[in-house]
Structure formats: C-alpha cells, structure tokens
Ligand binder design. Structure first.
Ligand SMILES: [Zn+2]
Length: 283
C-alpha cells in the first residue's frame, strides 16, 4: 500500500459549500453550471457565479453589508427571543433546537431588522435567513417584522424586506406561528393606507407562509434570478393535482412572465435598483 493514499473525499470537502456558517476552502462547486469556481472570485461578485450567474445563498449579515451603506445599519429588537409555548419536541426539544441554530448561524432568530441608508436614503429594513430553521416565520420573526413596519409607518420610511425563507409557518409554535401571517399583513395594510412604499425582494427560496403573506404584498416586488418562489413545493402540487407542471414552474422567470413579480434584479444591481425605485416613488 502506498504511504500516502489520497483521501477520495479530500476534494469533495474542498468543494463543498456549507449551507450555513463561515465558508471553508478555496473552491466551490456551482450548482448552476457544475463548474469549480474560485471562491474569492464568487465572493467578489457578492456570491454570484462568474460563469453562469448562479446566485448563491448569502447569510443575513452579509446581505445587510451588500445592500445598506457601510456602517449605517442600526439593529432593532435584537434581543427578542422565542419562548416554547407548546413545549414542542421533534428530534429534540424546541429550546435546544433554537440554541443549536443560534450557535450554527450566529443569529438569534431567522429575521434581522433595523434601519440604515441605501445610497444615502434612510429606510426601514428587514431580512430573513433560510439557514435558521428554514427562515420560518415563528412569533419572533413575525413580531420583528411587524414592529419594523410600524416604525416605518410612524417615521414615513420606505420599507425594504428581503425574503430568504424556505419555510413558512414554524410548526414548533403551531397556531402562534400561523397568526404571524395575518399580523404582518395587517401592519402592511396600515402602512399602505399611510402612503408608505414597500419594496419586497424575493431570493432563493421564498416559500410557504412567507410567500403567502408579506413577501407577496410589496408595492414593488423584485426577485433575484432563478429563485424558487411559491407556496407548496412542486412535488406536493404534482402529487395533489396530478398533472405535469409547466417548465420553469415556481422560478423568478416564470413568475415574472405571469405578472406575480415586477422585475428580476441581479444581486449586483439590487442596491441601485432599490434607490432608484425609492426616488421614482418620491418617498
Ligand atoms: Zn455557475
């Protein structure tokens, strides 16, 4: 046996792009074009593949850096923490799951909200992160977003929410989680009556109760290219209605064609596009 048998998993581990946390290794495999991409190159492009324009997941904190002017973000309600009203246990008790998610993501909950500037325009800002229990809308996410909308109403700020939620309601909180859809939507209705501008940005993935509430309620709805956007997943729908789904079903491009979203915006253009829309609406 040779002294140094190469570990067959060595390259695999280098190319692996972990779903969450700090990236490791020099290279990453692009799920869009299957090519091996120099990690620095992708990072320089805000997590977009230089070969095929695939948009990788970016964590909430990085998203804030990408969209808001440097050093302008002030977080709101950072200390809000969920309790365990149902004493829910799946593979582990809910409080333990929360603790593990917090350690893995460095986030306290699936949403980060606050205020900041976008090209020198003050905005109220929220982002949900799919790495934290699928970005699902538990009572803390709902409460944080609602308070953000209420502050935007009070201070007449444009409201920007970037959704990255693969899950809708958070089953661990049962009905309390479902209620958040109505609560956030009601706050948005009041915001709308006060004449506020809400720009909703959908990223991969935006599904379930998040897609079915605030994410779809923007005055203007942007989406990143090729994002998965929908309510139930394609497999569930196919199994329910038993017909072949159209090509590209539940992608940004499909939804743009059918009038569900207003514009597909590449990540590099997102900041400018939001600023331009705010100016256009004179908010
Ligand atoms: Zn690619």
């Amino acid at each position: 046996m040779p002294a140094e048998t190469p570990d067959p998993n060595h390259w695999k581990s280098l190319m692996k792009w972990p779903k969450r946390g700090v990236p490791e290794g020099l290279w990453r495999r692009c799920p869009g074009c299957q090519q091996t991409i120099f990690r620095k190159e992708a990072e320089k492009r805000l997590g977009v593949c230089p070969e095929c324009d695939y948009h990788w997941y970016v964590p909430a904190r990085q998203r804030i850096e990408q969209v808001l002017d440097e050093g302008t973000f002030e977080e709101w309600d950072a200390d809000l923490q969920t309790c365990d009203p149902l004493e829910f246990v799946d593979k582990m008790p809910y409080p333990q799951r929360i603790q593990e998610e917090q350690q893995q993501t460095g986030l306290r909950e699936a949403a980060v909200v606050g205020t900041g500037m976008i090209r020198a325009r003050r905005v109220a800002f929220g982002v949900t992160d799919s790495a934290f229990i699928m970005g699902s809308m538990g009572s803390v996410v709902g409460e944080k977003l609602t308070r953000t909308i209420e502050r935007a109403t009070e201070h007449h700020l444009p409201l920007i929410i970037i959704s990255g939620s693969g899950g809708g309601a958070r089953m661990h909180e049962g009905m309390l989680s479902l209620m958040q859809m109505a609560k956030v939507s009601a706050a948005l209705a009041r915001f709308d009556r006060s004449g506020g501008l809400f720009i909703s940005v959908l990223t991969n993935p935006t599904m379930g109760g998040v897609a079915a509430s605030f994410a779809s309620l923007g005055d203007v709805v942007f989406a990143e290219p090729k994002a998965l956007i929908g309510f139930a997943g394609p497999r569930t729908i196919k199994a329910t209605i038993r017909i072949e789904l159209p090509k590209g079903f539940q992608t940004s491009e499909f939804l743009l064609e059918h009038g569900f979203i207003d514009r597909i915006v590449r990540r590099q253009d997102l900041k400018s596009e939001i600023a331009r829309t705010i100016d256009y609406c004179e908010k």
